[in-house]
Design a protein around this ligand. Structure first.
Ligand code: CUA
Length: 161
């Protein structure tokens, strides 16, 4: 009898291991094979770094490092994105640096794969390679509920070709 009991235990252990292996391999498949990655790089930022990014967002939010290679500085605040309009001319590579001056916001450019969380105390860094046919006006919205004006929190990205 005791031996039979052990057989069942091994059987259940095998099932558990198989289920776990299934979960882990499906995660690996999504992240490596399909390149579906959660969010962005979150860089720990002190008060000075956050003030710097706020300064850039208000004065020079778009910096062209090389032809078509941009850095964009954005700050989220209840209930606006600063700046409210971003214009990029023929972008090939766009690195967004996004911070928040209050609560968690979600930075999303509708219709693209740009979609990540912006967390207090961190600068969210995300590099986007816009497809060649990306052109015109894009809606930037906030996809994390951040208070009573959440639904009004938006900005515009304009891509000129
Ligand atoms: Cu910011 Cu919702």
């Amino acid at each position: 009898m005791a031996r039979n009991g052990l057989v069942y235990e091994y059987m259940f252990i095998a099932i558990i291991v198989a289920v776990l292996a299934g979960f882990i391999s499906s995660l690996a498949y999504y992240s490596y094979a399909l390149n579906v990655n959660p969010a962005c790089e979150a860089i720990k930022a002190d008060q000075q770094a956050l003030e710097d990014i706020m300064q850039k967002a208000q004065t020079t939010p778009v910096v062209e490092k090389a032809e078509g290679v941009y850095e964009v500085y954005i700050v989220g605040r209840q209930f606006v994105w600063i700046p409210s309009t971003i214009v990029l001319e023929d972008p090939k590579q766009v690195t967004f640096y996004v911070a928040t001056s209050d609560v968690i916001h979600g930075f999303e450019i509708a219709g693209t794969n740009v979609n990540f969380m912006v967390i207090p105390g961190y600068i969210a860094k995300f590099t986007w390679y816009p497809p060649k046919n990306a052109e015109g006006e894009y809606l930037i919205l906030c996809n994390e509920y951040c208070g009573v004006g959440h639904q009004f929190m938006k900005a515009t990205l304009i891509i000129e070709r």
